[in-house]
Design a protein around this ligand. Structure first.
Ligand code: AMP
Ligand code: ZN
Length: 464
């Protein structure tokens, strides 16, 4: 039996004991990015947090018993507009931005399909794309019309919200409040202001597919239906965990629940709903529309992916994070200390309980990281760090790969260190400072040891 994991469930409003439907096949889904442009560091938060959950579940239930689907939204109004503006197809646009996204998250140390999927075995990490699932969406839409939960109006198919008595259970919003919110701009073809689009007509030139429900003109899906269709296809009509940022609770997740439950006649869509808090800049959500964003790549130009991931996990996933330079500097120092303490020691065979226990308590990463600091052997530190995907390399391996990746001229570094040593011996402090400055400019930090030797490390992350 796996140790007991508790997760804060938005659906019940409580920290529930996690009990998978089938412990031999734990299934989770996370709503991923809309790939019209480079992802910002706020988008990296759910990716990092739910990657940690995936690692933890693999640890608890066995790697072959966990399936994780994280989707990619590759059709939407912003994508369509951007592709039209560039004169390319949406597939060309999203293939490019998705490739960039993959480079970004791989550099953050996120598990990738090629890391966990094995030929001949079922895929455990899936990245379904919306446009590859149009037929599944159309089938669900037809099912919803057939069961009286959706209707065709003016070339659209709309979900009939009042047909679902417990709509709003996830976000816990009173119906009248949601109605007041929806009333701002009500399309004339909607029966209720809360009804939302499952399918809509495409204007000439916009991406389109044959419409369901006997609608003659081609069209395209609304946003929410993709996740209902893709999760059902890859994980089943009911599955264990559904995750995303808190901005998705309403309307996106509420509408996913409505579609899936009404189409399949199930009492729940996912048992556990997890939502990460916002990454903020000066108290405001980082977002494309506010313009207060930095891309993942920009952050990775200055910091290693490991520092960025640690900086994200220092804060509990449900709390807001303020993204600051000071936080990154602190995370970088923390990692350096760990690399120094773990040295070249191998990992202990057992994962330290002191680190695992806080993670089992709703992914309490700040407490788990504090426990990592307290471990008293290098072997235990490495084993504890591995649970997070940190310290994959030994100190020597890391040093070697940093030097290789930095393109630093090792002979030039050693010459400068020798010149500095000679200058110091001759008490020529100006020359010694010049050598140190030259090393610093190369991205090299020197350290004079007690035994009289001088060692050096690379301070800059490798160029992208
Ligand atoms: P989007 O591409 O905007 O649909 O976002 C993709 C994922 O990133 C969703 O799960 C969002 O909830 C999440 N997200 C977007 N902005 C932030 C932010 N500032 N902080 C945390 N998560 C975010
Ligand atoms: Zn979704």
């Amino acid at each position: 039996m796996a140790p007991m994991l508790r997760l804060y469930n938005t659906l019940t409003g409580a920290k529930d004991i996690f009990a998978p439907i089938d412990p031999r096949h734990v299934r989770m889904y996370a709503c991923g990015p809309t790939v019209y442009d480079a992802a910002h560091i706020g988008n990296a938060r759910p990716i990092i947090v739910f990657d940690l959950l995936f690692r933890l579940l693999r640890h608890l239930y066995g790697p072959e018993h966990v399936t994780y689907a994280r989707n990619v939204t590759d059709v939407d109004d912003k994508i369509n507009a951007r592709a039209a503006q560039r004169g390319i197809t949406i597939r060309e646009l999203t293939d490019g931005t998705l490739a960039q996204f993959h480079r970004d998250i791989r550099d953050l140390g996120i598990l990738m399909p090629e890391d966990v999927n094995h030929p001949g075995a079922p895929a455990r990490l899936i990245e379904p794309r919306a446009t590859d699932h149009i037929a599944e969406m159309a089938a669900m839409i037809e099912g919803l019309v057939a069961t009286g939960h959706a209707y065709v109006a003016d070339g659209h198919v709309l979900f009939d919200v009042p047909s679902m008595p417990d709509y709003g259970r996830l976000s816990k919003r009173p119906l009248d409040e949601m109605e007041a919110g929806a009333r701002v701009e009500v399309a004339p073809y909607k029966r209720s202001p809360l009804d939302f689009v499952l399918w809509k007509p495409s204007k000439p030139g916009e991406p389109s597919w044959p419409s369901p429900c006997g609608i003659a003109a081609p069209g395209r899906p609304g946003w929410h239906i993709e996740c209902s269709a893709m999760s059902a296809k890859h994980l089943g009509q009911t599955f264990d965990i559904h995750a995303g940022g808190i901005d998705l609770i309403f309307p996106h997740h509420e509408n996913e629940v409505a579609q899936s439950r009404c189409c399949f006649g199930t009492p729940v869509m996912a048992h556990v709903w997890l939502h990460n808090g916002f990454l903020q800049v000066e108290g405001e959500k980082m977002s494309k529309s506010l313009g207060n964003f930095i891309t993942i790549r920009e952050v990775l130009n200055d910091w290693s992916g490991e520092v960025v991931r640690l900086n994200m996990l220092k804060t509990h996933y449900r709390q807001p994070i303020d993204w600051t330079l000071r936080g990154l500097e602190e995370s970088s120092r923390m990692l350096e200390r760990w690399y120094a303490s773990a040295g070249d020691a191998p990992a202990a065979s057992a994962t330290p309980d002191s680190v695992l226990a806080p993670l089992l308590d709703d992914l309490n990463t700040p407490a788990a990281l504090a426990e990592l600091h307290r471990l008293d052997t290098p072997e235990a530190l490495r084993a504890g760090a591995r649970l997070f995907g940190f310290l994959d390399q030994t100190r020597s391996e890391r040093e070697r790969s940093r030097i290789d990746a930095s393109g630093i001229d090792v002979a030039a570094v050693e010459d400068l260190i020798a010149a500095r040593r000679d200058a110091r011996a001759a008490k020529d402090w100006a020359a010694s400072d010049r050598a140190r400055d030259a090393l610093q400019a190369m991205g090299v930090a020197v350290k004079d040891n007690k035994d009289g030797t001088t060692t050096w490390t690379v301070t800059k992350p490798p160029p992208p």
